[in-house]
Design a protein around this ligand. Structure first.
Ligand code: FES
Length: 181
């Protein structure tokens, strides 16, 4: 049984696709552009860092890589954090931490963060996902694969070789949450 406590599904309408074609862009550059765009919007808007989850988008660099395990500093505030090289997003929201793949479960396109909507967005077929990885709207028919994560002191370790599908193992998917409050 999946937990969809962040926002659940909603009725967002599908917008015309005026964005860049994912096929035409290098995935890493695309994600970095999205992250930098969010930071630029923050600066232009004069928001304080803690006003919204959207303004916390930042690139994550692993402290350690051991096999498929990645270890990061534990985020100290709510936000969206992206390890571009690992196509991984870590979201801290409301005292909970999630780690999930940035590969769309429909056809594998790399997701973007839509700051204005507080959603992850697939530019290929316009699917949207909430900050806990739950599918909200669009062509994809499943939630984002989560990864198991565990606290290691002041750090968090993510197992990238153990993607958890909400379709095939909903209990494990729902349990892939680290409560940090
Ligand atoms: S590839 Fe993402 S909705 Fe189709």
């Amino acid at each position: 049984m999946s937990q969809r406590t962040d926002s659940g599904r909603d009725d967002l309408t599908v917008e015309p696709n005026h964005g860049p074609c994912l096929h035409a862009l290098d995935r890493r550059a695309f994600l970095q552009r999205a992250a930098l765009g969010a930071v630029a919007a923050l600066i232009a808007g004069g928001f304080a860092p803690s006003t919204a989850l959207a303004e916390q988008v930042a690139e994550l660099t692993p402290l350690r890589r051991v096999g498929a395990a990645r270890t990061y500093d534990m985020p100290t505030q709510d936000g969206v954090f992206v390890d571009t090289a690992s196509e991984l997003a870590i979201v801290r929201s409301g005292g909970r931490l999630f780690a999930f793949s940035l590969a769309c479960p429909h056809r594998g396109a790399t997701l973007q963060w839509k700051a204005g909507e507080q959603r992850f967005y697939c530019p290929k077929h316009k699917a949207r996902f909430s900050t806990d990885g739950a599918h909200v709207s669009g062509r994809a028919t499943s939630d984002l694969d989560r990864f198991a994560l565990r606290r290691v002191g002041s750090q968090v370790s993510v197992a990238l070789d153990q993607p958890l599908s909400a379709k095939s193992d909903s209990a494990a998917w729902a349990a892939a949450v680290l409560v940090i409050a």
